[in-house]
Write a protein that binds this ligand. Structure first.
Ligand code: AMP
Ligand code: TRP
Length: 330
């Protein structure tokens, strides 16, 4: 089973990224043949960015992934811009991508409405590059959070169109969205997802937050004026905390509801804060050991890029040739 996923180099990865995506990456290492994980710096330049910050954020994200348990001996971990095949395949796929489909992408609508200066063509093309990321490896499975469902649907559609026209060259991938924790919500606004850009600072728990900060954020989490540790209508805040604790403890949400049946909100919030703190502490500690050695991080990334390019170039050669590009073989 070939597994592929991508993550943006935003440096400040949060609990939603960890629960929705990173923990699945780690789990995928043992099933992946191989598991391929890409830090998508080319996607990051679709909105305003600072070049020096981008490079530094890329190291941050690499170190977070390694600290979370990615092992370069058991997966392929690399930087997107190191493997030129992604951008080339993006252009090839754009010829079978419908403009109307791109116009329907929720993420494009959200992000374009938030740009203050330029709404770049790159932002519009973002899902085509994402399709190229996955299709260049003939990956079968794409671990992501709920917000990426539409992008994975689109890459399936692109692969289907490409194959209808040029032969069975690409593989239609399936998403792997976790049953619990696919959409962790902002602690201050439990009706919107936890996010690096759109969310509130106080409602976003970062993987690298100190225990005191984590406790403060959970203590001030917005809930409701009722009582009862249960999921349901009007209980989005409590439901979000139940999901978080259920993932951390590896239990069903209903088991959490039973355990806290007679607890008040204050005690429940403290329990979630403590569990989250303990859960993230080892990652934060390993991160502080790994992050300073940028040379070692570069070595990991370039070894990964070499393996990735080897795989992607096979697919690119076939795609180019089937499309009538370059010299013929006879
Ligand atoms: P990004 O940081 O946007 O590259 O996201 C990396 C991964 O985290 C993607 O697979 C997202 O679907 C996932 N993700 C982002 N936000 C959340 C969230 N609030 N809950 C669960 N998963 C998320
Ligand atoms: N768009 C994804 C996100 O914002 C990141 C991403 C880029 C990705 N390329 C990918 C995810 C390929 C899965 C597969 O989270």
């Amino acid at each position: 089973m070939r597994i592929f996923s991508g993550i943006q180099p935003t440096g400040r990865k949060h609990l939603g990224n960890y629960i929705g995506a990173i923990r699945q990456y780690v789990e995928g290492q043992d099933r992946g043949d191989p598991a391929i994980y890409c830090i998508v710096d080319l996607h990051a330049i679709s909105v305003a960015w600072d070049p020096a910050e981008l490079r530094s954020n890329l190291y941050d994200t690499t170190a977070i992934l390694l600290a979370s348990g990615l092992d370069p001996d058991r997966c392929v971990l690399f930087r997107q811009s190191d493997v030129r095949e992604h951008t080339e395949l993006c252009w090839l796929l754009s010829s079978v991508t419908s403009h109307g489909d791109l116009n329907r992408m929720h993420q494009f609508k959200d992000k374009s409405s938030k740009q203050r200066e330029l709404v770049s063509a790159a932002l519009f093309f973002y899902p085509v590059l994402q399709a190229a990321d996955v299709l260049a490896y003939r990956a079968e499975e794409v671990p992501v959070g709920e917000d990426q469902r539409q992008h994975v649907e689109l890459m399936r559609e692109i692969a289907r169109r490409f194959n209808e026209r040029f032969g069975e060259i690409l593989v239609e991938p399936d998403h792997r969205i976790p049953e619990i924790g696919a959409r962790i919500m902002d602690l201050q606004d439990p009706t919107s997802k936890m996010s690096t850009t759109g969310g509130s600072e106080q409602g976003t728990v970062y993987v690298l937050d100190e225990p005191a900060a984590i406790e403060k954020k959970f203590r001030s989490a917005v809930t409701d004026s009722g009582q009862g540790i249960v999921r349901g209508e009007g209980k989005e805040g409590i439901a979000n905390l139940i999901e978080i604790l259920s993932v951390i403890r590896g239990l069903e949400p209903s088991a959490i509801e039973e355990e806290f049946a007679s607890a008040g909100y204050g005690d429940f919030k403290s329990a979630v804060a403590e569990a989250t703190s303990e859960f993230l502490a080892p990652v934060r500690e390993r991160y502080s050991e790994i992050r300073p050695d940028e040379k070692a991080l570069d070595e990991v990334l370039s070894a990964g890029a070499e393996r990735a390019a080897e795989m992607a170039s096979v697919v690119l050669d076939e795609a180019r040739s089937a499309m009538g590009l370059g010299p013929g073989s006879g």
